[in-house]
Design a protein. Structure first.
Length: 328
């Protein structure tokens, strides 16, 4: 089986990562390139980044050895429905020297597979946005939220940033001295934590600072909230607790009460030792006490596993997962 190679790609808005692995678990090559999401960057640029990542991953690998590939991509359905975008990805695949088929899956499914080999379970992702998805037989079944910053993404990085600014503005409306979190937000947005003699003037400066930039950039304030919560700042801790409740409620829309199959959590806000990750684990543990909680891991390796698991020589997909996807 070591002669067989599979390729997995994790394609995001800011980076594209590729991994070429053998079925005995040896990482033969990796590649990294810029953002490759065609919805964000357009089909041609996305395909160029895909090709760059593939070429780097295959630098020391004969492409003829590659038997299958998987691309994990946010908005996979849009790519598959767009003939121009699909053709651009097909061309990039061929230009990398690959002649095997490849599959395109949503990033939520790949995130799920990066945390567990179980065919059924749930994944919760929270970064700039937020989405929950139920997985059945390693296919996305039902999805909750992921509706974008304007209509949804409750508990996401955008949500945390927006709510922190709203609370700052409420303090200024009441002519109250901003608390610890509010001062951090004020300084980040305006360059100073000082409030003018007329609090309304400071409020107007805050509004201008926010509205001059794309709305989604409010998500850049989320790390300030999460860090302040870790330090015990009351307003930040309250926001993080509310965000965790909202994220758990999104999971509850699609996951049956009492379900015991795995729950995978991932995304920038839920990866590692963060206050929000701790709060979310607590909420999910209370609601589904019998469910294993798994951290999402290497998405490119998980995509490679999804590509490999249907090959005829793979008789034990769970054992293959243990070889290909590093445990966290």
């Amino acid at each position: 089986m070591s002669d067989t190679v599979v390729v997995g790609l994790d394609v995001g808005g800011t980076s594209t990562r590729a991994a070429a692995v053998s079925l005995d678990g040896v990482r033969l090559g990796t590649g990294r390139a810029g953002g490759g999401n065609p919805t964000t960057h357009g089909a041609d640029r996305a395909a160029a980044e895909l090709l760059a990542a593939l070429r780097a991953a295959l630098a020391d690998v004969d492409p003829a050895r590659v038997r299958a590939g998987t691309i994990g991509l946010a908005g996979a359905g849009r790519l598959l429905a767009d003939p121009q975008g699909h053709a651009a990805f097909d061309q990039a695949w061929a230009d990398a020297g690959l002649r095997c088929p490849y599959a395109v899956h949503g990033d939520a499914l790949v995130a799920y597979a990066s945390g567990t080999a179980a065919p059924d379970g749930t994944v919760l992702i929270a970064g700039t946005g937020a989405i929950a998805a139920e997985v059945r037989d390693l296919r996305l079944d039902r999805v909750a939220d992921g509706h974008g910053w304007l209509l949804g993404d409750a508990g996401s990085g955008f949500w945390l940033g927006r709510e922190a600014v709203r609370r700052l503005l409420a303090d200024l409306d009441r002519a109250e001295a901003p608390g610890g979190l509010a001062r951090r937000i004020l300084a980040e947005l305006t360059g100073s934590s000082e409030v003018a003699a007329r609090p309304r003037a400071t409020a107007e400066t805050v509004v201008q600072a926010v509205t001059r930039r794309p709305p989604v950039e409010l998500a850049r304030l989320a790390p300030l909230v999460v860090t302040a919560a870790r330090e015990g700042e009351p307003a930040a801790a309250s926001l993080v607790a509310e965000a965790a409740t909202l994220l758990a409620e999104s999971v509850g829309r699609i996951r049956p009460a009492g379900a015991g199959n795995p729950l995978v959590i991932g995304g920038g806000l839920l990866t590692g030792d963060t206050a929000l990750a701790d709060a979310v684990r607590g909420e999910l543990g209370r609601r589904w006490p019998d469910a294993p909680l798994c951290a999402a891991g290497d998405a490119a390796a998980a995509a490679a596993w999804l590509a490999a698991r249907d090959l005829p020589e793979v008789t034990d997909p769970a054992a293959l997962h243990a070889r290909l996807v590093p445990a966290r």
